[in-house]
Ligand binder design. Sequence first.
Ligand code: UD1
Ligand code: MG
Length: 477
Amino acid sequence: MTDISKSTSCTGAVDVVIMAAGKGTRMKSKLPKVLHLLAGRALVQHVVDTAAALQARQVVVITGHGAIEVEAALARSTCATAQFALDFVRQEPQLGTGHAVQQTVPVLRDDGIVVVLSGDVPLTRADTLQQLIAACGGTRLALLTIDFADPTGYGRIVRQGEVVQAIVEQKDASPEQRAIKEAYSGIMAVPARHLKAWLARLDNKNAQGEYYLTDIVKFAVADAVPVVAHKIVDALQVAGINSPVQLAELERAFQLRRANELMEQGVRLADPARFDVRGDLQCAQDVSIDVNCVFEGQVSLGEGVRIGANCVIANAVIGEGAVIHPFTHIEGGKPGSKDAIEVGAGALIGPFARLRPGAKLGKEVHIGNFVEVKNSTMAQGAKANHLAYLGDATVGERVNYGAGSITANYDGAFKHRTVIEADVHIGSNCVLVAPVTIGAGGTVGGGSTITKDTPPAALSVARGKQAVIANWKRPAK
Ligand code: UD1
Ligand code: MG
């Protein structure tokens, strides 16, 4: 029997340990495995976010291969306002999962429940882990398990009657043990004080010469600490990623799940298999989305919004009844910032339109093909229907902005603003050299290069006068 400290009782606080030191050889990538993206987020970030959802007190990430990159990425993404303490411990060399968790002993408190997760198992649900934590209850060793038709490669849950006796690794298992279908998921919840005592007793006398975390089950049994298996049926929640094929499979499974959730809310998806959300998509009633659309960051679609095929939409709020025609790219900046994009109710955008950070379009604005809008506001009813650029512009109500016209907003060093007041008509192929203001109700003749402010209600033309030479004879051979 180990001397398990009786002095510290468990407070029930949750401390999460994330194993992320492994190499990920089969990814065949320079990028550390846990930094590969699933649904637009690093694998290990999914796990950290789940820990946050558990209201963890502390999150300890065990790094090894690519440690500097992994630590930098997580430190960057975990803002200063995070509710938990984030710690890193290095495991070099990697001598097994037990050895990995041994590295966390100096930074782990004694009074918590430790939840052990893997950085390459991204889709475990927080409510599943809450149940596992409840099964631990601060006194028991709780293992997350699952029955597999083919459990090859996994540690098997060995029971005597119903009582869990051990986890036996594939390579150490007898033929009878290999026939066991119940597998250890790699996830456990364990009182810290027990974990620390058991980790000190691990050895590497096994088929792989590794320190197995799973050997602590034997010590629990020996110490008469109850071992409980919390068995789930949803394989997605325990699926680990080792190769690009597995990454793509899990991505599709995850996306299909998101698609089904949205369809259950009433969203019409032309094809749930050709639909990707890499962030958070909110949809009001009667939204329809055609094939091959990608949503990134935070996107909100108002009632009755229609999204055509092949659109990429990031960080945007699309007002009710707006239609985004095919092949439109909307790339808003940080959600909630001045760079996020707004599209007003009833607006028509595209096909082949490009909205860049800071595009704020009012109600019933029309943006047509090959029109680019950046850091500009367009008031209700303004239109730019063909081949145009609006950068750093303030556009009034009902303005009509002609084909091929641009704001020359950049002088090589600084950006300047163009103001186009209400009811202006800008002809085709105009250059508005900023800073410049086009007065309300004015008209700018096609082909004009406007360098000075124009008065309201005036026709302004700034181009070479048309010359006419009568009876002109073309050269002949
Ligand atoms: C482990 C379990 C096995 C379980 C399986 C579930 C052990 C001994 N076996 O198997 O019972 O069925 O997970 O997937 O725990 N890692 C480190 N340092 C190391 C070794 C691993 O950080 O020295 C990390 C890996 O990067 C990975 C995780 O630990 O994120 C699991 O390692 P992996 O090699 O996949 O576990 P297995 O030995 O296959
Ligand atoms: Mg392995």
